[in-house]
Design a protein around this ligand. Structure first.
Ligand code: HMG
Ligand code: MG
Length: 310
């Protein structure tokens, strides 16, 4: 099932840097810097952005200002602003902030689920089901993440059938989009094909799936290409390759939005996004974070590989 015909050739990039990226930074960025980051990302033409998380501030202090970020940032027509929510308390905060969409999340592996959200998988379903129902009632879009879909930092290999089981339960709750997460960046393209084939066998449309790769071993672009060939058209990325899960040891940054753009632009299927604005945003963010960002694109344009222009 490597050449499934999708309804459109063009891909959508779902930007997770302000959430997945900043949740993993040792330093908490000031709210005004986050707001400027979001402004710059919207300016680039990205249409789907995960702004922050309404999780416990004790667990993720870096994103404790989620409500304030939403309150302070300007909205742009046509841009979907999303946030992660773990429970009804998070949803209440997200609705008060007037999000466009929410993301619920859990893991395919028991141990990561426990470390990340302090519950077994079985305990998680009854927490998430009313979140999905109430979010849909409030006319919000709902995405569901399945983390550790290709490997768990505590349990090792994860059986694709376990991923399918979690995915189907989330879809049964009513989520409209399923984001399959390679939380610690261990997948290779054949595993991506295998998992997508298993989901396809259960009649999950590829148009409902997003792929969320972390780039620990440099496999993310190959994996995204495999996903594209299978018919997936939505890919999560983060500006400059920021990212990681603080409750998944060894998880490195997400695949960079700029690197995904390079792949899909070269294939002629990229969305209308300004790579120049993404690049200037990554350069600006490096200054704010006080460190270099890891994207391939960043290394090329900042001259580390001997090039100064592209
Ligand atoms: P818990 O401690 O079991 O929660 O945490 P609780 O329900 O027992 O409540 C404990 C305290 O937290 C209470 O406060 C609650 O009010 C508060 P206290 O009475 O002690 O003062 N609380 C909240 N406060 C604000 N907003 C909330 C909220 N909920 C409870 N929503 C909980 C359970 C799920 C809350 C916690 O484990 C948590 O927040 N975990 C989030 C961890 C996280 O954000 N991880 C990273 C995101 S997942 C990820 O990165 C993977 C992904 O990128 C995909 C991939 O890469 O695979 C999505
Ligand atoms: Mg992630």
């Amino acid at each position: 099932m490597t050449t499934v015909q999708a309804s459109t050739a063009q891909v959508t990039l779902f930007e997770v840097g302000p959430r997945d990226g900043l949740q993993n930074e040792p330093e908490t960025l000031a709210t005004e810097v986050k707001v400027e980051l979001l402004e710059r990302l919207m300016e680039s033409g990205l249409t789907r952005i995960e702004v922050s998380s309404f999780v416990s501030p004790k667990w993720i202090p870096q994103l404790a200002d989620a409500s304030e970020v939403f309150q302070r940032m300007r909205r742009r027509r046509g841009v979907e602003l999303s946030a992660l929510v773990p429970n009804l308390q998070g949803l209440e905060r997200a609705l008060a902030a007037d999000v466009d969409s929410v993301g619920v999340f859990m893991s395919a592996s028991e141990a990561h689920n426990q470390k990340n959200i302090n519950k077994t998988r079985a305990e998680t379903y009854p927490v998430l089901a009313p979140v999905v129902t109430q979010a849909l009632q409030a006319k919000k879009q709902v995405r569901g993440y399945v983390s550790t879909a290709f490997g768990c930092p505590y349990e090792g290999a994860v059986n694709p059938l376990e991923v399918v089981d979690v995915a189907l339960r989330l879809l049964d709750m009513g989520i409209q989009e399923l984001s399959i997460g390679d939380t610690i960046g261990v997948a290779v393209p054949t595993q991506v094909e295998r998992l997508l084939a298993e989901l396809d066998a259960k009649d999950v449309p590829m148009s409902q799936i997003a792929l969320h790769f972390h780039d620990t071993r440099g496999m993310a672009i190959a994996n995204a290409y495999a996903g594209y060939r299978c018919g997936v058209r939505t890919f999560d990325g983060s500006i400059g390759g920021l990212g990681g899960c603080p409750y998944a040891k060894g998880a490195s940054g997400n695949v960079a939005t700029e690197d995904l753009f390079y792949l899909f632009d070269g294939m002629g299927v990229a969305p209308a996004v300004s790579i120049a604005t993404l690049r200037s945003t990554a350069a600006w963010l490096e200054q704010k974070l006080g460190r270099k960002l890891e994207s391939r694109d960043r290394r090329v344009v900042s001259g580390e590989e001997g090039e100064t222009t592209v």
